[in-house]
Write a protein that binds this ligand. Sequence first.
Ligand code: ADP
Ligand code: MG
Length: 421
Amino acid sequence: MAKATEIESIDGFEMGKPYYCIECKRNHTKGKIYREHISFAQSETPNKQDIPDEDIESNDDEFDDDVELTESFEEFKIDENDIEIENEIDDNKDIENETLPNNKGSLQESINEVKKLPGVGEATLNKLIKAGFSSLESIAFTPPSIIQDESGLGDKTTAKLIKACMEKLNIGFKSAEDVWEHRKNIARITTGSQELDDLLGGGVETGSLIEFFGEFRTGKTQIMHQLCVNVQLPLEKGGIEGKALYIDTEGTFRPERIIQMAEGLDLDHNKILKNIIFGRAYNSDHQVILIKEAANLIKEQNIKLIVVDSLIGHFRSEYIGRGTLANRQQLINSHLHDLLRLCDIYTDLAIVVTNQVQAKPDVFYGNPLQAAGGNVVAHGSTIRIFLRKGKGEQRIAKIVDAPHLPEGEAIFSITENGISD
Ligand code: ADP
Ligand code: MG
């Protein structure tokens, strides 16, 4: 299947020239969106009188497509003004869930660290920040080829930068005691079910990528919603006082469910909704771009949970047939590594993804249902949980793969108030 990004030219239009995009109703001059929207190109910018007034958006300025990436999120952010504040009296004094703080200060601090690196001038710094490399960690943990591609810096500069960052961060061998010291203090988010938390070793842990897979209606999306609420809880209630970023590829995010779950915990749903940043990914390219853009929001917005529901649905439907399999697996692999890198960089961030299952007709013993995406996804996730239906509202979770957890099962329920035992 031809993808928009692969189109090199269209009739009567020369690549590289600015064009008027009939989809976005404005000019594209450069960047990713330029390539992706080439099929919407109208080679001549229309006369302004041909466009209805409300569609004209400052086309006079040179349009910077980098800004557009941020807008992808902004567009879907729940508008604070749309939410009516029912009454000003705060009746959940026990849970001090004021709108969670942004961390603009600490973002500036980490940018200052990058600025201090040898050889980093204003121009290099700008390129790095634009490409999402605004901390020492993000530079140290990213392969040089990716930094080069995304920032446009040369290979020597990139190599020097990475080396400097690794030295500053003291990355290298450390003792198992240090590793233990770190793991002991890992924060966890409660799922709402004690049994499921126990199965996970105390809840969804930060610094890991956790995959929930199972058939349709087994509760994957419900768990994702619940975690977006629970991540905001104070520590003593099983949360980590952070915001959530939700990437929805299937169109199944429902604020109504968030409201029900928040009310189930006696929380003010307006505040809970405000702290969930939502992005709808319309295709696999868009999904990849949203995750790359997310890197910039994590520190600034104090995001402690990223949800991708579902991880590979788009990839599966866009790359159909045997001939495309290698290409598809490679793209999924690179997307997964973008996610895993975020776990390395931001150690107090948890990433949860959902995955569909596909029937494996050649399996005669054991479970014939396998997570989609094959080995690529299996090796990328730190912890994998298989979900299946039980009686009524009951669901059964089973650990399939985890480096440190025993095999086991947990039974939980999906109720109107969310996930519970
Ligand atoms: P999937 O694994 O396909 O993502 P979902 O997470 O969407 O599945 O789970 C759907 C199930 O969640 C439904 O079958 C229903 O049992 C339960 N559910 C959804 N909304 C509610 C609700 N408001 N009250 C009770 N149960 C609900
Ligand atoms: Mg779902």
